[in-house]
Design a protein around this ligand. Structure first.
Ligand code: PXG
Ligand code: PLP
Length: 449
């Protein structure tokens, strides 16, 4: 048996031993009693190790925007692995990250035309926060070190990301985190905005919370504000109409950089390359990952404005301008995967798919209103969320039951965060898939106690 064959065998059968893998963000002991194992995937579907075909309502984990195992991406990765497996990008290089960065700059909004490569969303966030602080320093405003995030924000799991993040469980075990961080209020307001279609009407005034925080610390100490245009991990929280515009205005007024964390919203999720373009609000940096390679090879990218980049390009020739980077920044396999992915997005016009389908998506999603225990439904682009009332004393239990019923009884993969069921399908889906997703989800929700 060849080694390649044994890897394939291992990937398509349930393992006997399950103890060694410490699973991320998972109830390990519960999972290992009844594992849900996926063996293969193609386009809109997964196949489980026991041969069931599962409709993917979540693009993996918000990342497989081009659909699964697309042959042109597979081929690009395989050829790259056989040609140049790895090359350093510290004081050395290879052509692919230069080619990829140009391709990315071409789809990014003006003036975000420089790209720093990472391996994940968490690393993109850490990179952007570090660049923000260093940017002020190289300009002679080294006292601007404070970072402002938001309640309910998710910015990955690095120390920087959890410090600016606003999900208590992701923070409370890990000590004092970064100093000098503050948080704006979140914008989830079910009382006023329940069952809004698209962006909610109420809550633009929550942007003024930034003025309060800036007044407290003084603008001269604040480096950057980081926000998700739409937060995914917190259970899909949408920006009220006008809110992002107002945050942008306040940042500009005070010389504070605005970082939009588009790890989920980037690469077509909301009907344009980036949410920044869809919303017409242009930040100073955009953090990305996930859809960049359609989830195939880990990779992230931070887009920075020309002004930020150029501020670093001033010292003596031969001086390293930014002491930051990852061994795998611009990894050949990731670059090859990303270029092949961008080709698919372009050739299949996938950055417009969400706008073509979002009305139908919204109509089918909101038609679930009235089913038992649904207290809110939220949507934008090809994102949908259903919030269920928590069971008394058992927050999250109802969401988990709906998720497992959808998977086991109706062959549908959705995501449960607490009592919110979130959906973010591959952008290649057709109307018939939308019908299947909501027919199956309706059955699962009806069966959920
Ligand atoms: N920023 C944002 C806005 C994200 O959504 C990250 C940073 C971190 O990316 P990495 O690649 O380090 O995981 C994310 C990731 C969920 C879910 O259940 C969301 C994410 C990851 C896993 C699960 O909604 N977002
Ligand atoms: N830890 C050690 C011991 C290392 O040598 C390195 C990189 O050389 C790292 C961590 C950082 O690894 P990466 O560049 O993959 O983030």
């Amino acid at each position: 048996m060849s080694d390649a064959h044994s890897v394939h065998q291992a990937a398509t059968s349930a393992p006997e031993q399950q103890d060694a893998f410490w699973m991320p963000f998972t109830a390990n002991r519960q999972f290992k009693k009844a594992p849900r194992l996926l063996a293969s995937a193609a386009d809109m579907h997964y196949q489980t190790v026991d041969g069931r075909r599962i409709l993917d309502g979540t693009a993996g984990l918000w990342c497989c925007n081009a659909g699964h195992s697309r042959p042109s991406i597979v081929q690009a990765i395989a050829e790259q692995a056989a040609t140049l497996d790895f090359a350093p990008t510290f004081q050395m290089g290879h052509p692919l990250p230069f080619v990829l960065a140009e391709r990315l700059a071409a789809i990014a909004p003006d003036p975000l035309k420089h790209v720093f490569f990472t391996n994940s969303g968490s690393e993109s966030v850490d990179t952007a926060l570090k660049i923000a602080i260093a940017y002020h320093r190289v300009r002679g405003e080294g006292q601007r070190t404070r970072l402002i995030g938001r309640e309910k924000g998710y910015h990955g799991v690095g120390f920087g990301g959890i410090a600016v993040g606003g999900l208590p469980n992701n923070r409370k075990f890990f000590g004092p985190l970064l100093p000098g961080v503050d948080h704006m209020r979140h914008t989830l307001d079910i009382e006023r905005n329940a069952f809004s279609r698209g962006l909610p009407e109420h809550g633009v005034e929550l942007a003024e919370d930034l003025e309060r925080i800036v007044a407290l610390h003084d603008a001269s100490t604040v480096a950057a504000v980081i926000i998700e245009p739409i937060s995914g991990s917190a259970g899909v929280v949408l920006p009220p109409k006008g809110y992002l515009q107002r945050v942008r205005e306040i940042c500009s007024k005070h010389g504070i950089l605005l970082i939009m964390d588009e790890v989920i919203t980037g690469f077509g999720r909301v009907g344009d390359a980036f949410a920044a373009q869809r919303f017409g609000v242009i930040p100073d940096m955009i953090t990305t990952a996930k859809g960049l390679t359609s989830g195939t090879v880990p990779m992230g990218a931070v887009f920075t404005s020309n002004a930020i980049h150029d501020a670093f390009m001033n010292g003596p020739d031969g001086a390293i301008e930014l002491f930051h980077g990852y061994t795998y920044s611009g990894h050949p396999l990731a670059c090859a995967a990303a270029i092949a992915t961008l080709d698919i997005y372009r050739d299949e016009d996938l950055f417009n798919a969400a706008q073509r389908l979002e009305q139908y998506w919204e109509d089918r999603l909101h038609a679930l209103k009235g089913l038992p225990n649904i207290i809110d439904i939220r949507n934008f682009g090809l994102i949908g969320a259903i919030e269920l009332a928590p069971r008394p004393g058992a927050a999250g239990a109802r969401g988990y039951e709906a998720f497992t019923r959808a998977f086991y009884d109706y062959d549908l993969l959705v995501r449960a965060t607490g009592d919110v069921i979130a959906m973010s399908p591959p952008l290649i889906l057709q109307r018939e898939h939308i019908d299947q997703i909501f027919d199956r989800l309706e059955s699962a929700l009806r069966a959920t106690a």
